[in-house]
Design a protein. Sequence first.
Length: 95
Amino acid sequence: MAIRARPLSLVASGSPRLNAYGQLDELNSFIGLLRAELPSALEQDELLQEIQERLFTCGTHIATDTTDPELLKYCGSGLSEEDIHHLEQMVDKLD
């Protein structure tokens, strides 16, 4: 399989996009820490795992150069309005 090098696209350090996926990454790490401290048999662990998976999907889309259709095909379809509503319901369950 041939590997094709791509030119890097630079993002300004003050970019809202860079800030957003940094915040998502930090949130995911806190959720991971919480999951490590909770007994895995709890229902909350399953909810937290699903939230983490959805946040990773969000981060993938935010971090991907949307001007390159070749890269977009590896990101999946992203989050729908239904996904966002489901995430909100999961967070409400944890409250």
